[in-house]
Ligand binder design. Structure first.
Ligand SMILES: Nc1ncnc2c1ncn2[C@@H]1O[C@H](COP(=O)(O)OP(=O)(O)O)[C@@H](O)[C@H]1O
Ligand SMILES: Nc1ccn([C@@H]2O[C@H](COP(=O)(O)OP(=O)(O)O)[C@@H](O)[C@H]2O)c(=O)n1
Ligand SMILES: [Mg+2]
Length: 202
């Protein structure tokens, strides 16, 4: 039976599967062990590790129109406009086929947090914060040897400043709403993981 032309056809816009996902944000200064601990978590729990930094570096390599701008922001230790980073994260979540995500190095400032909430419409289950003294961070970064052009002392000092001025306020926000899980990251990585594991096991 034909639908009369004047009947509005209700189109259900099925929201992407990842909109009902479990998201854990992973924060901490440069060198605090975010990437190292995320790699361990995904070996034991069914999470997909998405590193915002890795996605941005891949975007540069892809020859994207934003590549040059992203590269200059990274070498300055500053934070890339959130629309770009959130778009990359949503695309990666969509493509993963998973519904549990460990989002590493994000949100790095208030704008990151708000744009993600508005676009992805997901609140984090909790936020992992790796706490580590700056001198230990500096030692680790200077020995990281991954060929990153932002792992040099000049850029690192700028990244520390951005971390204190822009990222710590985000950490404090999540603490204020009871979502922060703070971990002493100054210990050997196996000991740090023992504490991290408990958070995913409960
Ligand atoms: N608990 C730890 N103790 C000593 N070195 C560590 C520890 N965790 C990570 N590292 C090393 O420090 C460097 C930074 O670790 P990484 O996981 O890349 O940190 P982030 O992603 O927070 O910058 C790497 O070379 C890594 O091997
Ligand atoms: N949410 C994010 C994450 C990273 N970045 C950029 O990417 C750089 C590297 O991020 P990263 O998480 O890979 O760095 P580490 O903390 O692992 O050393 C940051 O210093 C920023 O310049 C960003 O602009 N926004
Ligand atoms: Mg990292």
């Amino acid at each position: 039976m034909e639908t009369p032309v004047d009947t509005p056809i209700m189109v259900e816009h099925e929201s992407p599967r990842w909109k009902k996902s479990t998201v854990v944000f992973v924060l901490g200064g440069p060198g605090s062990g975010k990437g190292t601990q995320c790699a361990k978590v995904v070996q034991h729990f069914e999470y997909t590790h998405l590193s915002a930094g890795d996605l941005l570096r891949a975007e540069i390599k892809s020859g994207s129109e934003f590549g040059a701008m992203i590269q200059s922001v990274i070498v300055e230790g500053r934070i890339v406009p959130s629309e770009i980073t959130v778009k990359l994260l949503c695309k990666a979540m969509e493509e993963s086929g998973n519904d549990k995500f460990l989002i590493d190095g994000f949100p790095r400032n208030e704008e990151n947090r708000i744009v993600f909430e508005n676009v992805a419409k997901i609140e984090p289950a909790f936020v992992l914060f790796f706490d580590c003294p700056e001198e230990e961070l500096e030692k680790r970064i200077m020995n990281r040897n991954q060929g990153r052009e932002d792992d040099n002392i000049e850029t690192l000092k700028k990244r520390f400043k951005v971390f204190v001025e822009s990222t710590l306020p985000v950490v404090r926000y999540y603490e204020s709403i009871g979502k922060l899980r703070k971990i002493n990251a100054a210990k050997p990585s196996e000991e740090v993981f023992e504490a991290v594991k408990d958070l995913f096991s409960s």
